[in-house]
Each structure stands twice: as C-alpha cells, then as structure tokens.
Design a protein around this ligand. Sequence first.
Ligand SMILES: [Ca+2]
Ligand SMILES: [Ca+2]
Ligand SMILES: [Ca+2]
Ligand SMILES: [Ca+2]
Length: 481
Amino acid sequence: MKKPANRVLLALQLLSFVIIASNMHVIKSVENTRLMTNGSPYMTVVNPTTSDGNFTFFTETTEVGDTFLANITVFDVSGLEAWQLNLTFDTTMLAVNNISAPADHVFVDQFFFEGSKSINNNVGYATWWMALGVGTTPVNVSSEGARLCQLQFNITASPAINETLSSLIHIVVAGESLFYSKLEPSIAFTTLDGQYDYTDLGIHDVAITGITLSETLVPQGYGVGINITAENKGNFTEQINLTLYANTTIINTQNVTLVSGSSIIIPAHWNTSGFDLGNYSITAVAAPVVDEMNTTDNTYIDGVVTLRAPIRDISILDILPTKTVVEEGNLIYITVTVENQGEIMETFNITVYANTTSVNLVDVALSSGNVSNPAIAWNTTGFTKGNYTLSAYAWPLSGENDTADNIMLDGWIFLTILGDVNNDRIVDITDIVMTITAFGKSSEDPGWFEPNWFSNMDVNNDDLIDITDITTVIVEFGNSW
Ligand SMILES: [Ca+2]
Ligand SMILES: [Ca+2]
Ligand SMILES: [Ca+2]
Ligand SMILES: [Ca+2]
C-alpha cells in the first residue's frame, strides 16, 4: 500500500491531538461473559476464544511459554478516521510478542497508515496506531464491533500451588499517560480492560497404597487385623473416608485426616463372625475427595483371607469326688475338670455316670483354651449300697474330631452304712480308730482328698473331723450289712 506524503502528515498531526473528553467511564468489571454495549462508542480487550474480557488459565492445561491472543475491538463508533492504542500489563507474568492487524481490521478496506509498533516488556506496555489517508471515507462500526488490532501475549510466570497470578490488560486512557488510547476525530469512548488470571488449583489426590493382613487362614469367627496404607498425593489436607470390603461386603469404615504429602497406616479389624467359610478378597477404597481427578489409585485390592472351620474340641481332664465312701442316701459332689482345647467359645453338656446310670447333667460354657471345674451333685437316694465306678462324658460338639478325650472313667464311690468309713460293710473298731486318727483334719489339709481321703471320716459332712464324727461312728458301732 502506498503512503503519500500528505497522508503521513495527517497521521503525524493525529499524534498531537489533545486529551479527549475527561468524562469517560472506565469499566473495570471483568465478570461479564458477554459484552454489553449501550450504543455509545466502546473499546475493549476481547479474548477471541471466549468473546469476553476474561483470559483465564489453569496450570492443568496451560504452562509458562504458552501464548494467547487478545483482540482490541471497538463498537458503535461513527466517523472513525484514526485510532491509537496504549495497552499495559504486568511484566512479572506477561510479555507481548507481537501486535498485528488481523485480516478484517477496521481499516482493511480503506487506504491507511500505520505507526511503528512499540512493545516494552520491561516497563509493560504496547503501543500502536493507524490512520486513514486523506480523502478516504471515515469508517462506521456497528454494535457488531470491529477489530483494531490483535496482540499475542506470552505467559512468563507460573503461579504457586493454590495461587492465582492476575494482571489487568489495561487500555490506557486520557489522563493516565501522555500516550494514551484514542479514537479520532476526538471520539469519546468507554473501555473494558481484559482480566488475565493464571491459577494453580493444586491437586486433590488421595490413594490407597497398601494392605497388610495379620493372617490369611483364619478360623471363622476370629478377627483379622488389616493395616491399610493411605497416602495424600495432593496439595491439600484431606479427610479420607476409607471403606474396607471382604468381597463385596463392607467390613470396616475409617475416617482420617491426612496432610499433603504424607502417608499413614490405618489399623482396621474384621470380625469374621457370621461370614461363610471360604475365600474373601480384601479391598480398600478411599472415597474421592472434592475435585479429585485421579481416582484409579483410590481402590486397592490385595490379599485373600480364607475362613476355615474353627477346631472344636473339649476334653475331660479329671474326675474327683469329695469322698469315696458315702453314706447311702447322702448327697456328694463330683468335680469334673474340663478343658476347651478348641478355637472358639463352646457351650456343652457333661453327664456324670455311676456305673452306667446317669446321676446328673450340667451345662458348661467355656471359652477357648480355658479350664473349668464344675462340681456336679449326685444324690445317692435310691441307689443300692455297693461300689460305683464314676465317669464323666462331655457330649461331642458338632464337627468335633477328637472325641476320644470326651469321656473319662476315673475313681469309684462306695455306698455303705453310716460309720463304715473303711467300706468293709461293718462299723467296728477299725472305723473308730481311723476316725480318731484323723481327728482335727479339715478340708484345708493335704490328704483330705487323695491319697488319704480323710474326707471319708467326716461322716457328718461338715468339712471337719471332730468329736461329732467320732461319736457318730461309736454310736453306729456294730452295724453291718
Ligand atoms: Ca487418587
Ligand atoms: Ca475332645
Ligand atoms: Ca468298716
Ligand atoms: Ca465332721
């Protein structure tokens, strides 16, 4: 395009125009997503991508060195013959690479001049101007708008985590600088600056990174210790809601707070009571936190727990009557020692027999590994005199394999007449001597039971051998059967 000398002169004159009307209204708000004009002249910084004045970027998709375009656009202008632009920006985060005239710029169909472009990325401004040649028709711009020029910005700084770097892309107006933005001939106009925001939102990312099982072959009903390693891979303190599954059944939930960059081992416990026998895959899931993008690492599947049938085994260890010689019709107690040798709490019955006759039955509740000594009463009323072999039988449990130890035959009891402490069917001097010899013994003394059975001389069953017992045997002297 040719630039005759007289038009250069006009352009130079334009540069010396005085300050335009001082009542211009500068619109600072950049929250609009749609440019609103009211029919009066208007100059704006427009993001060609969004068609508004906002230049919003995030570190997820934009990095230092990326560029973006900004249009300088005017609306509702009549008789435009020249424009001049001074645009400022924050040099700590932005630089201008270039100012150019887009293919549809406002003077493209006319004969025009352009000034030299001035870009200063140290101070932070970019200036340019264009003017129509003499004899050309001034341009009218409708509310559809027309572009004056286009700038390419370069992003030069990155925000810190959770920070936003912001800069106005500011149209300098009269009164702010000697070189300011103008529309000629002396067209008053309002402006809308661009708003640049570059934000690092930070990352929200929690993860489960490990599962450790206390054991993998477990008697059903036993507890399983499960340690879950949770990690906060993001930039914020997070509340982690953890759910543990055995196959698809929730077995535990946890809630822990974890600061950025840290990991923690969360101990959990699975009570396997009520779960069927078999294999269970253990899964830990951390619920996604707000704005979490990477949720694939929130689920961790590791380890199989096999629930097996618990071993059930009870055992009779001993039988001990309070005495071996009993007056016919008396009540005596037989202490049965029983052990739960299995893996779970058991409730079962023990029957005590005299020879083959059941004399009593008791319920026993016994936790795993423990021993109990129930004293089982035998009321001998109705039993004929004579010798009875004692036995105790613990009724086998469902699934109990070792039943050989559930029965024990041990000891005997002789039912006889009162005073026959040596069970030879007669009350004679031997019984009297034995009772006198045991005088003073009590149930606290050694030999009360085995091996001496002093208890047999306690004929009135008051746990003490005294004159009453001796007198009783003397009174019964001579009786026999
Ligand atoms: Ca995650
Ligand atoms: Ca057994
Ligand atoms: Ca005797
Ligand atoms: Ca006594």
